[in-house]
Design a protein. Structure first.
Length: 472
């Protein structure tokens, strides 16, 4: 009995076919081919009977309606077969044995794969099996690698930011958005032509992650090291951390070199960061207070004085809300980037400054015109005001440094100043044993405020004004 995709051939049918004069090709004793029809003799030895694949034989394969599927096996490439179903299109497959189990994997349609291409693919799959590798797992891994190689820096960066955002503070989240922004947004202040510029990292986002080379990063670093070194250095530092994250992620591992941004040329392009040393001298306190208190906007004036009197970070005080101020127990809660939250004393002069401010919204240092609800760019008003009094180059962070500097005149414990300013404890005793309460900090903090105001002649003037009021 011979079985074919067009039905079974018994001896009588075989005799009729032979008598019809059709050309018969006898591949072997188990395979007969009549025109475009192949018939295989089903015996215990010939279930996997094989014939050389030709275009006609591949095209003629059909599956009987009473069968779920039909196969044709190639005698040239081990494991190569052609499979079809009653309603489906034929497709090349590979079948082999791995650790005693059958492995079958699809290759593709004969319309796409030529017979030599399918035979070559079958040999490669058989080679993997000979090496003990499962072709199915190898294909999945290969597809994953292909996807990773096609991944752009922008796609990986957005996933990195999304994953790490819950672990970052507000300033870090803002910096990561800013350095990778496309620019072009309308912004009246601090921009050229009223629109923001692209972030330093934006031009690297267009590359595929696998395309990045030290030469590309070095050229990028050279450009931004000349144009805006401080901002570029920040972006470069964040970019190095991002590449390290890529190497630790299974989906991106091995796609790019995590050290490609750490070359000597890239580092030299930005130069060494210079620590800023801007701070107020003791004899400048009077002139500084006169300049700041004369600023037309009282909210900005109060904000700048609060920076000096608390040693707080610029953004900490900028985001201060009325709910953060406890007038009953004289405390102020700040959102610390190091500890999360810290509570400092509400000193007398600072309290008088804050209570005199208008309550426009939830923020203490508010602005009716700002989209954020807080004052905008107070450093411009600060620089303009102190410049008239001969004080140059003092930044908002310089006011924080000034707080730490003036406390040295009072010989206070270092841990007290660090706790008020939100610095990490630097010694074991400070980390694990000395936990000062707000009331203990209050005694030191009020003395700091009193010393600063005395040096600025603020207390004398306040006392004189109070006496004048009483006489009236």
């Amino acid at each position: 009995m011979y079985f074919g995709v067009f039905g079974c051939v018994d001896r009588l049918t075989l005799y009729q076919l032979l008598s019809s004069g059709q050309a018969v090709e006898c591949v072997d004793l188990n395979v007969l081919v009549f025109g475009q029809r192949s018939y295989i003799r089903l015996t215990s030895e010939s279930v996997m009977a094989k014939i050389p694949f030709t275009v006609k034989r591949v095209a003629s394969l059909q599956c009987p309606e009473n069968k779920a599927q039909a196969f044709l096996w190639d005698s040239v490439a081990p494991g190569l077969g052609l499979r079809t179903t009653p309603k489906g299109q034929p497709g090349f497959i590979f079948q082999g044995q791995l650790r005693g189990k059958t492995v079958r994997i699809a290759i593709g349609s004969p319309k796409v794969w030529s017979i030599p291409e399918a035979q070559k693919q079958a040999r490669e799959l058989q080679r993997l099996i000979d090496q003990g590798v499962d072709p199915r797992l190898h294909r999945v891994e290969q597809e994953r690698e292909n996807v990773a190689l096609a991944l752009t820096v922008a796609e990986a960066w957005h996933r990195y930011v999304e994953e790490r955002t819950p672990h970052w503070g507000e300033r870090t989240r803002y910096d990561h958005r800013r350095i990778a922004s496309a620019g072009g947004e309308r912004q009246a202040r601090g921009t050229k032509n009223g629109r923001t510029q692209p972030g330093p990292l934006f031009e690297l986002l267009k590359y595929r992650l696998s395309e990045l080379t030290p030469e590309i990063v070095e050229a990028w670093a050279k450009h931004h090291g000349e144009a805006r070194p401080t901002y570029g250095r920040l972006a470069w530092r964040y970019f190095k951390v991002f590449l390290g994250w890529c190497e630790r992620e299974p989906d991106y591992e091995g796609v790019t070199d995590p050290k490609l941004a750490k070359s000597r040329k890239a580092r030299d392009a930005f130069g060494k960061p210079r620590a800023k040393a801007d701070t107020l001298d003791r004899n400048q306190l009077k002139a500084w207070f006169e300049a700041v208190r004369a600023i037309p906007n009282p909210v900005i004036g109060a904000y700048l004085q609060a920076l000096l009197l608390t040693g707080g970070r610029a953004n900490e005080l900028l985001r201060l809300t009325w709910d953060d101020i406890d007038l009953q127990w004289k405390r102020v809660a700040l959102r610390d980037k190091v500890e999360g939250d810290r509570v400092i004393p509400l000193t007398p002069y600072l309290e008088s400054l804050l209570l005199a401010l208008p309550r426009r919204n939830a923020f203490v240092f508010s602005s009716p015109d700002s989209k954020t609800g807080t004052i905008w760019s107070p450093n411009e008003a600060h620089s303009a005001a102190i410049g008239k009094h001969g004080i140059q180059g003092l930044t908002l962070h310089g006011l924080r440094r000034s707080f730490a500097t003036v406390t040295e005149w009072m010989e206070l414990p270092v841990g007290v100043v660090a706790q008020i300013m939100g610095h990490k404890p630097s010694a074991t005793a400070e980390k694990h044993y000395r936990q000062r309460s707000v009331d203990l900090l209050r005694r030191h903090h009020e003395n700091i405020e009193k010393w600063i105001l005395e040096e600025a002649d603020i207390l004398k003037r306040n006392i004189a004004q109070a006496a004048t009021s009483d006489q009236k």
